[in-house]
Ligand binder design. Structure first.
Ligand code: NAD
Length: 520
């Protein structure tokens, strides 16, 4: 177990320094936040799960402020949509450069607000840089198709146009990457982005926005391309309901997505939903167990189980179950848990006490269902960090896939079940409401192909011999069923941020009607 390497005061000073380095006027914001707090006005309190303590209050965006932010974005759209896409790419290229310059500042803020280890925090910022690269390339490849027309002297083609201001509502656990997946693409597609980050991560959002504003200024882009609004679900709801926002990209829990999806559908807007997962790995008899153990432990215990792609269920062939479980229990028993900045730390804190309560409740339900906790589950560093929530990741052997196993608990709990037949394993795997990420560990080509086939895993991410988490930005990211169906980042995800026009051009002197219709 690793202790705390810094107290709240030191963490606060480091965060302030990182914010100033990114160009945030944090001293003014802090003064405003303190004035708002003493006047009883709404605030967003920056805090750190590393000690579990508050850092300082920031002013929440008022209803008028949210409306004004959308207004600004609408104004920017009028200019940005006719700016050539490769020129829009210059802005994203500059943003990528600034992200590289401030990689350490941003990573420090991610560690402060989410409790990720420096390596994972840097990885998240690197992902932003990578997606900027992808978007810059795309800015010259927003291509439409030309289809053969059935009429002589006609051309049929599609054109992709900017859509309008995009609202991005993001979750706490990827406080910067999710914004960048959306914004880098949306900006090259010609759309401004109004961002409502998680109320748990306002600082990383302020830093990213300051860098994006700087990039926009330096490129002569219009003001209002990247407005930020701070607040809780009420601020999110106002943004989601605004008819000037044609696309809402929302990342978070299933209940949030259910509400957002219905509200936006009611006004015929579009949504891109990235919601909860309940990710599973199958370990087949032929699996390379060395590889499987490493893949499983990173996916299940990394980020303290707080990734949407975290491995939460394991289906192990009964012939290898005892050996695999013994190895997992041994590795789990020596996982370094503690201050994410401590030397060697691999598992940081849970984000808030409610996450710990949810974990305890899930473990109690699992035990009541006949589950056996093989390792972990206990809270640690209680005296040293009483306001924080550090836990040992748990492995629970379950007799069956009961309701608690079918539910996403956003904490490091890995439920293990055994199987004898791959068809049976695939059926159990798919028998959950969520459909984000999945993996099989096998050296049998037939099993791997069956897993990826139409009647295999029903998830949006279907891996072989690699864990469920840690996706690359080149592929489309997202999942099915209650995960929401959205796709972000690579492949053709950019299409979500544009509107398609189908053009039929007649360059003949006749006016033949389609389907041979005769109109006199
Ligand atoms: P959350 O649902 O509590 O909050 C997410 C965001 O939605 C926050 O900004 C919040 O203020 C806002 N919000 C909440 N209710 C809202 C409403 N009714 N209308 C508008 N905005 C609303 O989620 P969280 O605890 O921050 O994040 C954890 C969850 O996010 C997990 O379920 C995880 O699986 C999911 N997640 C999914 C992905 C993905 O890509 N599929 C990525 C990251 C996290």
């Amino acid at each position: 177990m690793l202790g705390l390497v810094a107290g709240t005061d030191e963490i606060r000073e480091r965060a302030l320094a990182a914010l100033r380095a990114c160009g945030v006027d944090v001293d003014a914001l802090r003064t405003e936040g303190e004035a708002a707090a003493s006047a009883g006005a709404p605030v967003v309190t920056a805090r750190t799960p590393v000690t579990g303590e508050d850092l300082f209050p920031l002013p929440a965006t008022s209803a008028d402020g949210v409306a004004a932010a959308v207004g600004l974005a609408e104004g920017a759209f009028a200019v940005w949509r006719t700016t050539p896409a490769p020129v829009r790419g210059f802005l994203v290229k500059r943003l990528g450069q600034l992200l590289v310059e401030h990689l350490d500042d941003l990573a420090a803020l991610v560690t402060t607000e989410v409790g990720k280890t420096p390596s994972e925090a840097r990885g998240e910022v690197q992902e932003m840089v990578d997606v900027c690269d992808l978007a810059v390339g795309l800015s010259r490849q927003l291509t439409g198709r030309t289809m053969p027309s059935e009429r002589p002297g006609h051309r049929l083609m599609e054109t992709w146009h900017p859509l309008g201001p995009v609202a991005v509502v993001s979750a706490f656990n990827f406080p910067v990457a999710v914004w960048s997946w959306n914004s880098a693409l949306a900006l090259v597609c010609g759309d401004p982005v109004v961002w409502k980050p998680s109320e748990l991560t306002p600082l990383t959002a302020l830093a990213c926005t300051a860098l994006a504003e700087r990039a926009a200024r330096e490129c002569g882009a219009p003001e209002g391309l990247v407005p930020l609004v701070l607040g809780g679900a009420d601020v999110g709801k106002q943004l989601v309901d605004d008819p000037r926002v044609p696309l809402v990209s929302a990342t978070g829990s299933v209940p949030m997505g259910r509400d957002v999806g219905a509200r936006v559908a009611a006004r015929f807007g579009r949504t891109l939903l990235e919601l909860g997962g309940n990710n599973c790995a199958v370990v087949a008899p032929s699996a390379d167990l060395d590889l499987a153990v490493r893949g499983i432990v990173f996916a299940a215990a990394g980020t303290a189980g707080q990734r949407c792609t975290t491995l939460r269920r394991l289906l192990v062939h009964s012939s290898v179950a005892d050996e695999l479980l013994a190895r997992l229990v041994e590795v789990y028993g020596r996982l370094p848990v503690g201050d994410p900045s401590a030397e060697g730390a691999l598992v940081g804190p849970l984000v808030a006490p409610r996450a710990h309560e949810a974990m305890e409740a899930a473990l109690a339900r699992a035990r009541a269902d006949g589950g056996e906790v093989l390792v972990g589950g206990e809270r640690v560093l209680v005296d040293e960090a009483p306001a924080a929530r550090y836990v040992r990741p748990a492995v629970v052997r379950m007799p069956a896939q009961t309701d608690v196993v079918r539910t996403e608990t956003f904490a490091p709990v890995l439920y293990v079940m055994t199987y004898d037949d791959l068809d049976e394993a695939i059926a159990v795997h798919n028998d959950v409401p969520q459909g984000l990420s999945s993996a099989i560990f096998t050296l049998d080509a037939r099993e791997a192909e069956r897993w990826m086939a139409a009647d295999g895993s029903d998830c949006g991410i279907v891996n072989v011999n690699i864990g469920t988490s840690g996706a690359e930005i080149g592929g489309a990211f997202g999942g099915e069923k209650e995960t929401g169906g959205g796709r972000e980042s690579g492949s053709d995800s950019w299409r979500a941020y544009m509107r398609r026009a189908t053009n039929t051009v007649n360059h003949s002197r006749e006016l033949p009607l389609a389907q041979g219709v005769d109109f006199g």
